[in-house]
Ligand binder design. Sequence first.
Ligand code: ATP
Ligand code: MG
Length: 360
Amino acid sequence: VHEIGKVHRIACIPGDGIGVEITEAAIQVLTKLSEVVGGFQFDFTTFDWSSKKYLERGWYMPPDGIEQLKKFDAIYFGAVGWPDVPDHISLWNLILPIRKELNQYVNRRPNRILKGTKSPLEGCQIGDLDWMFIRENSEGEYSGQGGISNESAPHAIATELTVYTRVGTERIMRFAFETARSRPKKHLILCTKSNAMRHGMVFWDKIFYEIAKEYPDVKTEKMLVDAITVRMVLHPKSMDTVVATNLHADILTDLAAALSGSIGIAPSSNLDPTRANPSMFEPIHGSAPDIAGKGIANPVGAFWSAAEMVRWVGEEKGADALMKAVENVIARGVKTKDLGGSENTKGVTEAVCKEIETLF
Ligand code: ATP
Ligand code: MG
């Protein structure tokens, strides 16, 4: 029996659909991890802020929801969104306010081929696809500014304002350069669309090169977002770290996840690098209504996100062990259908728990 050790307080927001199923799986695996590794514990508090509750009571988060979350060391998020509620309502009542109000201005999304998974790209092996997307998570296309005038009139106009601030742009560039510097290739691609978008994207380009002067050891490239999609498919090995806007990175990382094996494996970290607020960890996939309730969701993205959280709260050894256990299990063929296996969520979760035990 281990001593209690450091207690990390985790707020869990399972949300909707498979979000609930994979959050349960992640809690199970994290609990096992703390029991076996020792030296730390997790104290989970679950918040049922979901579309189902919204339909019953008319709100997702209570008015003091953000204040409640601020008391935790980290937040674990499943997925939000359900067919009965328009997506812009669920997103703008839950996940987007949390990201913004907790200053989680970075969304860090790694992609690599794990042992036992296979890229749909022919001949693409482990190590050939190892990317890190740094997504601007607080402004850009998702500023929420704009409106619709005279909606049903023939002269109706809808606007969606894209906003980039100097502060917001400099800080994401610095984080991207730091990330690129910490990786072996020290290579950073600026994803842009400054040929067609002549204000905000030109501003991004300018600030990128200003900040680049602080990082002479990082090799840089500037590429248009459309050209990046081609490069991801044809020359995956030639890329490492990419910094992109909220919308561009949203799209690129779904593609990236699919190219690395499945949308069900990719993790994300919504970070407040200042650590003044808790950061939030969630798989990149959504609530997947088509497979919800069947117990077949791939929990690997949830486990990888959990490992990122464990690392963020300072438990390096635990994070390494969790990733190793996950990779060992899928390498043995214990995997869900989306990865070509025949296991269900429970089967993979139990196998990972067992594997953690055998590692220690
Ligand atoms: P969001 O708007 O929240 O990004 P989405 O509409 O893009 O959601 P997802 O919920 O991510 O869609 O689902 C896209 C497809 O991928 C669906 O067919 C879904 O079943 C599948 N999928 C997503 N996550 C998983 C998972 N963890 N395991 C297996 N399949 C998944
Ligand atoms: Mg999506």
